[in-house]
Design a protein around this ligand. Sequence first.
Ligand code: ADP
Ligand code: MG
Length: 290
Amino acid sequence: ATPTAIMVGTGQGARAGMLVKNAEALELAEKIRVLAVDKTGTLTEGTPAVSDVVPSEGWSREQLLAIAAALEQTSGHPIAAAIVAEARAQAIAVAAAEGTVAVAGKGVSGRVDGRSVVLGTPDFLQEHGVDLPLAACENLAAAGKTLVAVAVNGQFAGLIGVADRVRADSAAAVARLKARGLRVVMLTGDHAATAAAIAAQTGIDDWRAGVMPGEKAAVVKSLSRDGVRVGMAGDGINDAPALAAADVSFAIGVGADVAMEAADITLVRNSLHGVADAIDLSRATLSKIR
Ligand code: ADP
Ligand code: MG
């Protein structure tokens, strides 16, 4: 590859909102056959909002939100921000929590007003020995919502549904990528039913759910077996190691510094179309070289 062609390509990319950090990425992009994409913040907008509050018997909606917000105000997760914002919007008084422990990809535990509270994925609560109404969980998740199950003193207290809008152009971008012969695989730490719903809405037929943040890089590596070139698109929240594990990585959205550091190509436009644009630019650049 001539350095001049690559320089020209890099300049064209920059004008079109693709910031290419290393020249090799621009050469490799057209060779990608599998693209792993993070769900939250990549296929979706990444700014979830509370959509459902379903208290269990003995609890009011306000009490359930108050106790969940108490724990979540100590977590930096976008889901936590949604729950705290909802409590605020409803002018619900939120107590301070003590001894909170956030477990990446699972949820948070701690104490509120002397009671022990655990919230997060159904699996996380089950690990804490909590009995859950699994059918109710499946119903919310099947609508594409992320579930936050809440337990107080070991007893199930209710479910909070958090919805994150799918980006308006995600489905079109996935179709464009598939048309270029790529296999698109969604990775998420979310519930399988939530993953299935978002995959269906975006035309993705291959997805891995319940992937813990620490496992995403290994999944990306496993997709690149037999010398297949793998791309990874993510927003950098929990997925910086997965971005680093890919042959070519793309940072999308929110301008997260972690993503910009970890990714080969930063897409200024918050859209998966940027990946297809980069692949097209890679082809055009290399055809000039050949
Ligand atoms: P994703 O893979 O979609 O980016 P994460 O790996 O950050 O998501 O988290 C996976 C799942 O763990 C979330 O979908 C959510 O169910 C649960 N979770 C993680 N952190 C929290 C939290 N602070 N509050 C509630 N649920 C959480
Ligand atoms: Mg994420």
